[in-house]
Design a protein around this ligand. Sequence first.
Ligand SMILES: Cc1cc2nc3c(=O)[nH]c(=O)nc-3n(C[C@H](O)[C@H](O)[C@H](O)COP(=O)(O)O)c2cc1C
Length: 224
Amino acid sequence: MDNQIGGNGASGSREPISFLVFSASLRTGSLNTRLARLAADVIEAHEGTVDFAFMSEFDVPSFDQDVQDSEGFPPGAQAFYDRLMKTDALVIASPEYNASFPGALKNLIDWESRFKPQPFNARHVLLLSASPSMVGGNRGLWSLRVPLEHLGARVYPDMFSLAQAQQAFDTGGGIASEPLRDRFEKTIVAYMDLVEADTHYACAKKAWFEYLGEPLTPETEREE
Ligand SMILES: Cc1cc2nc3c(=O)[nH]c(=O)nc-3n(C[C@H](O)[C@H](O)[C@H](O)COP(=O)(O)O)c2cc1C
């Protein structure tokens, strides 16, 4: 059945939606940055707008409550927060390190979780990964879901992991396998349709609670 809200953008009827597309790798020549670029291309081809972001733009010290209390937020954390808040939704392409996601990304998430309003709450997030392994870094994405969902993010059910990524791109930089390329595009366009619907046709109230009914104390406030 055709999407009633204009959905795939091919008809030119999509409402404005913007995405922060973020590669969580610091590496020059990163496979995840290449995949993130392709995601940005698909979004723009389907009438979304993209702010493309690199991990190196959000350099932050290891989270330390004392540093936050004495110095406030580091510029890298503030920059990520500002760019999150200026866009409707987030796409993360993340490497898998030791069957999880990189510690630098967890550290950035920890800093972001200290802002008020907490910027992941009710934010749509699509997770992508690329790795030389046969499962494309997919285990890292399952672990990345945990802090994001804890913070109230709407992590899209479908994920895309590019296996054997060092040989999966064609000479033009696209995904060489036609069925995989098709699945990649369909996943992103379906995600865009959801973001469009939730951004422009929202009818549900959303709230994030960590400690139901508990008054804020210095201890619970730190956990929040
Ligand atoms: C510390 C470290 C741990 C890694 N652990 C895994 C792993 O568990 N699973 C995997 O598929 N690849 C693993 N890799 C390989 C990365 O997937 C590979 O280096 C990939 O290219 C990193 O992403 P990038 O190209 O976007 O930087 C690891 C790499 C490093 C440096």
